[in-house]
Write a new protein. Structure first.
Length: 179
């Protein structure tokens, strides 16, 4: 019981720290729908986010960022909380579109989605002002190579290019408690 409480309080504290780190002034934007996975016909021949085999060092750096920023919601085993926070472990939604996954980490998500057959309508804050390009690349390389997931590495220069491409897109931010 004691250790459960400690873990629970740890999660709550980490979550609060994450939210406090977010910019206060950003506007609340709730896109009506989740970004669609690119239709197969429109997909580029080679996925521009593929950066070859991941290195143990990159995965280790990503694990640190995961513990600081993602674990509070998606949990240490990447399984999330059914119906509340979608899983990253074995997630069909994440695997279907690497570019969309980069967008979700940078801009957040507040739209109905279905992951492994379960419906979610939650709020993930955009982390573009919290994470560097290298940190986004590392944490995604970690989640794509953990809990049974396997995937190529993400490279900072690809994240930088996508960040630039989506500069005008407003991030999803948790609304302040008392507007
Ligand atoms: C404050 C809680 C929270 C934090 C912190 C958070 N997420 Fe999320 N994440 C969510 C929620 C809730 C959704 C679903 C949002 C929706 O339904 O619109 C989500 C969705 C996702 C998705 C797409 C759905 C899926 O499971 O395939 C990915 C990928 C993801 N998050 C990765 C991350 C990564 C990587 C981090 C850390 C850099 C992170 N999240 C931090 C709560 C969070």
């Amino acid at each position: 019981m004691r250790s459960f409480l400690a873990v629970f309080l740890g999660i709550v504290t980490a979550l609060a720290a994450t939210l406090l780190a977010l910019p206060r002034s950003a506007t609340v934007v709730a896109p009506a729908t989740a970004p669609e996975a690119a239709p197969a016909s429109a997909a580029p021949a080679v996925d521009p986010t593929l950066a070859g085999p991941p290195t143990p060092a990159q995965i280790a750096r990503g694990a640190r960022t995961y513990r600081t920023l993602c674990l509070a919601c998606h949990l240490p085993d990447g399984k999330g909380m059914t119906g509340l926070v979608p899983p990253l472990a074995g997630a069909d939604f994440m695997a279907a579109d690497r570019t969309r996954t980069v967008q979700i980490v940078l801009k957040g998500l507040n739209a109905p989605i279905t992951v492994n057959g379960v419906a979610y309508q939650g709020l993930m804050p955009g982390l573009e002002n919290v994470l560097t390009d290298a940190q986004v690349a590392d944490v995604l390389t970690y989640v794509f190579n953990s809990w049974g997931n396997t995937g190529e590495a993400f490279a900072p220069e690809h994240i930088a290019a996508l960040r630039e491409q989506w500069r005008a897109l407003a991030p999803v931010v948790a609304p302040p408690a008392n507007p």
